[in-house]
Design a binder for this molecule. Structure first.
Ligand code: ADP
Ligand code: MG
Ligand code: MG
Length: 205
């Protein structure tokens, strides 16, 4: 099994910042169809701030890296995605505790806690056409493999994001469109799949 240290989690956050910067225009384009065309900018601003913070100093434990990153997202992203991703990382980090190294199974358990906190904060469930539609299948795939198969988590997140296309949005701005939200891929599910892909990338999968 893996022993994931603070440097691994810093790599994950940096790979996330890279992916978000690379795909920012696409995220904004998706958000222009069913939202207010700021998701790429929101995510890029937040993750560049995370990158800057971690470039100054990497906290000593996996949990502290994620809590620091989550706090940064909350303080730099004004949109719905700031508090939601901030909660995901802060609560996942908190669940990892103060261990210097964690296993893949520890990470799967902690992510489950973080994702449940996002669902509680935003009041969304599976099928509501949100970031959760990528995050739920990703953590299920990771847990199913005993925390071993990061590539399966990446693929499940990507499939989950694609499956938001025929859904009608029931939470967030896109829900204001009612049935007109059908036929578009959710921007937040798309960015969530990027973050899970970055996790697999940090792992070398
Ligand atoms: P805003 O909608 O405030 O402009 P963003 O555009 O940055 O914020 O983020 C929009 C994304 O946030 C949506 O595509 C969706 O995935 C996610 N989202 C919005 N509301 C919720 C919610 N209540 N629960 C989970 N995710 C949500
Ligand atoms: Mg938006
Ligand atoms: Mg907005």
């Amino acid at each position: 099994g893996r022993e994931l240290d603070a440097a691994f989690f810093a790599r994950w956050m940096t790979a996330s910042a890279d992916a978000v910067a690379r795909e920012a225009d696409r995220l904004t384009e998706l958000d222009s169809a069913i939202g207010d065309a700021d998701h790429g900018g929101n995510m890029r601003r937040g993750f560049e701030a995370v990158r800057g913070e971690l470039a100054e100093e990497v906290p000593g434990t996996p949990g502290a890296v994620l809590m620091t990153a989550g706090r940064k997202l909350v303080s730099t992203v004004g949109g719905a995605s700031g508090p939601l991703y901030g909660t995901l990382l802060r609560r996942t980090g908190k669940a990892l505790g103060s261990a210097e190294r964690v296993s893949g199974e520890d990470l799967a358990d902690a992510l489950r806690t973080g994702i449940d906190a996002v669902a509680q904060l935003g009041g969304a469930a599976a099928g509501d056409k949100t970031m959760l539609d990528a995050l739920f299948p990703a953590v299920a795939a990771l847990a199913d493999s005993g925390g071993e198969d990061f590539g399966a988590a990446r693929d499940a997140a990507e499939r989950g994001a694609e499956e938001t296309v025929p859904m009608q949005a029931r939470k967030g701005r896109a829900s204001y469109l009612g049935e007109r939200s059908i036929g578009h891929r959710d921007p937040g599910a798309t960015s969530a799949a990027l973050l899970v892909a970055a996790l697999a990338e940090a792992d070398g999968a």
